[in-house]
Design a protein around this ligand. Sequence first.
Ligand code: FES
Ligand code: FES
Length: 153
Amino acid sequence: MATYSFRLNGRQVSVESWDPAQPLLYVLRGPLALHGPKFGCGLGQCGACTVLVGKTATRSCTLAVRDAAGRDITTLEGLGTPEKPNRVQAAFIAEQAAQCGYCTNGMIMAAVALLSKTPRPNLQQIKQGLAGNLCRCGTHTRILRAVQRASQV
Ligand code: FES
Ligand code: FES
């Protein structure tokens, strides 16, 4: 069994895996017990599993654990806490931008990536930034409002 080490939410972690191609998502939700990233499609198509690799929004269901080794990974848990949410998390709460909440992890992580590159996006840029993330509940209007709110903080 091989060991893979990477930086996760600001601290160095090591995990063992039999399979170097095992999706990072499984490692995060399994041995590392981080349940922010969700399993949606498992095919890189819905965005529910999104994490940040560096500052880039990345699908953890299609990122092999061997390719995560040595990288700087941030999950939803690394952004803030219930007591001290980061500005995007706080904006999603303020706008009540969730129904079932399954897409919320991906929407927030994509929004954080967008705002790190484009601090004051217009509506079109926000739509583009979130275009790869699916919401089946139709919460889009509130999600867009939340990202606009976060961009104004
Ligand atoms: S679960 Fe990864 S993109 Fe859908
Ligand atoms: S709030 Fe249910 S999928 Fe988006």
